[in-house]
Write a protein that binds this ligand. Structure first.
Ligand code: 3HC
Length: 311
């Protein structure tokens, strides 16, 4: 009966055992996982667009190859996560419809423009840096398929972060103009990266329940603090200044204090009014419509193969 099923579910969560697709789970647990995993997958797919803009403009073949590999990885992360999400009883088609209709959320960070090559460095260093901090705890999340998808994703993310930091280091060791380009990119990507980790814990509607269900293992502010403490020394190494006048080391907390974020800007971007929301959605819908013939051809080929095998 339900009481026994709930007790078994709670026992598994308490024991850090994984909840698997065939296990009984509260409907709200299922729904919040579809919500978070689908938005995570959409973020990976939309996240290909800002960087895709620079694959043809990369300054060298080596940079082009590394960026191409990174963008391909993001596509793969999206597909792992869509597959993990389908185990919760939603179809791939529905997920795509939710993104293309504008109904689904994806990370705010991908609605900002990439205006110079240094943005490729700042994104790898800061955005993938924040993503790793956000995703490592998710390798211990209670839902089995999500946790397992995160193990592979995190391995590839560390390459993304390193290639971004290396771009920034090269620019900072270059001409004064190159260093100024790196500082300009840091100025534009710092605060959006901080806000990528979500609203403050006080404002977060899901954190309390997500922590109880061990979907979340760290709160938004804990992740943000970790991001600041990890990134400030890296900015020092680059000789760059983080655009936060309130940033200062707090000896008592052994962490950095930092300034307030512009949450008005954050919610505007989340609601679809960011600098690039429209161009990102148009690009996604356009790719979906223009790619229909590829999907149809692949299905026709697969059906032909099936017929040959069963003949
Ligand atoms: N962008 C857009 N929406 C956001 C957001 C952001 N940066 N941060 C929070 N929100 C939304 C939430 O989705 C929620 O809305 P919903 O109820 O419609 O889903 C609302 O704001 C309230 O926020 P909460 O803090 O209560 O929401 P969560 O508990 O879901 O926490 C999160 C937000 C920390 C982003 C969490 O969803 C999470 O850890 N997601 C998995 C990681 C992820 O999706 N990262 C996105 C970037 S992917 C990436 O970086 C790939 C790399 O390769 C670059």
């Amino acid at each position: 009966n339900i009481a026994e099923l709930e007790a078994e579910f709670e026992r598994k969560i308490a024991n850090d055992e994984k909840i698997e697709p065939k296990d009984w789970m509260p409907e709200k647990y299922r729904k919040t996982h579809i919500r978070q995993i689908s938005q995570h997958a959409h973020s990976e797919i939309v996240g290909m667009l800002p960087e895709g803009n620079w694959i043809t403009r990369a300054p060298s073949l080596r940079r082009k190859v590394a960026l191409l590999a990174k963008v391909q990885d993001e596509a793969g992360h999206g597909l792992y996560l869509y597959s993990a999400c389908e185990t919760l009883g939603i179809s791939r088609e529905e997920l795509y419809d939710q993104l293309h209709s504008g109904e689904a959320k994806y990370s705010s960070i991908f609605n900002y423009p990439t205006v110079t090559w240094a943005d490729m460095g700042a994104i790898g260093w800061l955005v993938d840096g924040a993503a790793i901090i956000n995703q490592v705890p998710l390798t211990a999340t209670s839902y089995g398929p999500y946790a397992r998808a995160m193990v592979r994703v995190c391995k590839e993310e560390s390459f993304h972060q390193r290639q971004g930091f290396e771009i920034m280091l090269t620019l900072c060791n270059g001409t004064p103009e190159q260093k100024a380009m790196a500082q300009d990119a840091l100025n534009r990507w710092w605060w959006p990266s901080m806000m990528m980790l979500g609203p403050t814990d006080a404002e977060s509607v899901h954190t309390e329940q997500s922590m109880k269900w061990k979907l979340k293992r760290k709160t938004n502010d804990e992740l943000r603090q970790q991001f600041v403490d990890q990134t400030v020394p890296q900015a020092d190494l680059l000789g760059l200044t983080i655009p936060d006048p309130d940033l200062k080391w707090n000896e008592d907390r052994k962490s950095y204090d930092y300034g307030d974020m512009d949450w008005e800007e954050f919610w505007q971007v989340v609601k679809g009014h960011g600098p690039c929301n429209k161009v990102r959605m148009d690009a996604r819908r356009n790719a979906w419509d223009k790619g229909k013939w590829v999907r149809d051809a692949a299905m026709a080929y697969a059906e032909k193969q099936d017929k040959l095998e069963t003949a």
